[in-house]
Design a protein around this ligand. Structure first.
Ligand code: SF4
Length: 360
């Protein structure tokens, strides 16, 4: 049995996680999970303290995508009943982004469905980036527009964008099982273009799409090789109307171990809990925050997230603080937050002394 504390010491001393060690993390038993989280939390604290970075998604264009990613509710063949709309106007996009900034987000992610942007699309997005950077120079802007053609990353960078997101999602050896209209190499080429243009590469995972543990390790090590500076971890939400409908294969512990794997393999990278975290991590969200140092605030591209105030309570109640905002919550602050949230207890009307069934 592997000692996760020793492994964390090794990683903190510069050891590169091996595939066998990665598999051991994914094979941790329920009884070993607390030790795994505690060990991974030491790595997280070394690099990020107790801060949590908030990111805010603005879906600039939703649905109607010609690609066939079989996990995606926005693909053309999907009959998921999501919002579908074409490009937001510049001021609409900026107004949406400001909602997230006012909620504490230090990065705004401008996302559009589609295989990749055309020239006019880049014009649209550079206008939005310009506007945001003029009014909020302190906020990072990340674009996520699909496969980039030569020169497009440079235009985004010149407009002031800080980062570009393009997830590899899964291992190269599993890529064709989730999409066939573009290749794994198309994805990595776009990440390279973004990096060459001076944009911070953001690329991450989608877990729960039928990958094996070995393939999960393969994908995480690929992100390490790509030097992805921020790594969103999405957990499959199998929308009805997509080919993955009904594929609810993840447990909260599976998700927690995947987050731990990324933290151990990429110790100093931003690890972000992304789409599906509430549904899949459930009561383990707080434990995951001891491994990840970043979340999306509020809603996702096509699914609603938990209420933003619940995100902030999750951070505060567990002693974390929002990056760029107040320091780690102290007792007094937690007590006053409890008072703010206080609601009178519901008087029991069921169980002993009543004719109603007990709550069990
Ligand atoms: S390219 Fe993006 S928006 Fe289009 S189907 Fe794939 S994941 Fe969905």
């Amino acid at each position: 049995m592997i000692d996760f504390d020793d492994l964390a010491d090794d990683v903190l001393n510069g050891h590169r996680l091996t595939a066998d060690e990665g598999l051991s993390i994914l094979q941790a038993t329920m009884a070993e999970l607390p030790d795994l989280v505690s060990a991974g939390a030491r790595i997280r604290r070394r690099h990020f303290g107790m801060s949590v970075k908030l990111n805010y998604l603005v879906n600039l264009k939703s649905g109607l995508c010609p690609e066939n990613c079989n996990y995606c509710s926005q693909a053309l063949g999907s009959s998921a009943s999501i919002l579908k709309y074409s490009w937001l106007k510049t001021d609409e996009a900026i107004d949406q982004a400001v909602v997230g900034i006012n909620g504490g987000a230090s990065r705004v992610c401008l996302v559009a469905s589609g295989r990749g942007p055309g020239r006019r699309d880049i014009d649209r997005v550079t206008d939005i980036v310009n506007g945001l950077k003029t009014d909020h120079p302190e906020v990072e802007v990340c674009a996520c527009l699909g496969i980039l053609k030569d020169g497009q990353a440079d235009r985004l960078r010149e407009a002031g964008a800080d980062a570009y997101n393009h997830n590899i999602n899964t291992a190269e050896s599993h890529h064709e099982a989730i999409v066939t209209t573009h290749t794994y190499a198309d994805r990595t080429a776009t990440i390279a273009k973004a990096k060459d243009a001076g944009l911070s590469p953001c690329s991450g995972l989608l877990i729960g799409v039928g990958e094996s543990p070995e393939q999960m390790v393969e994908a995480v090590f690929a992100l390490r090789e790509l030097d992805s500076e921020s790594i969103p971890i999405n957990f499959l939400v199998p929308f009805d109307g997509t080919p993955m409908e009904g594929q609810w294969n993840l447990t909260p512990a599976d998700c927690l171990k995947a987050v731990a794997l990324v933290r151990f393999a990429c110790p100093d990278k931003e690890v972000r809990l992304a789409g599906g975290r509430e549904i899949h991590l459930r009561s383990m969200q707080a434990q995951a925050l001891h491994l990840a140092n970043s979340i999306f605030l509020g809603d996702y591209l096509t699914a609603e997230g938990q209420a933003a105030e619940d995100d902030l309570a999750l951070i505060r109640d567990n002693g974390f603080s929002v990056l760029g905002h107040e320091p780690v919550a102290e007792d007094g602050e937690l007590r006053s937050a409890t008072l703010d949230a206080a609601v009178p207890p519901a008087i029991r009307q069921r169980g002993p002394g009543t004719t109603m069934a007990a709550n069990a």
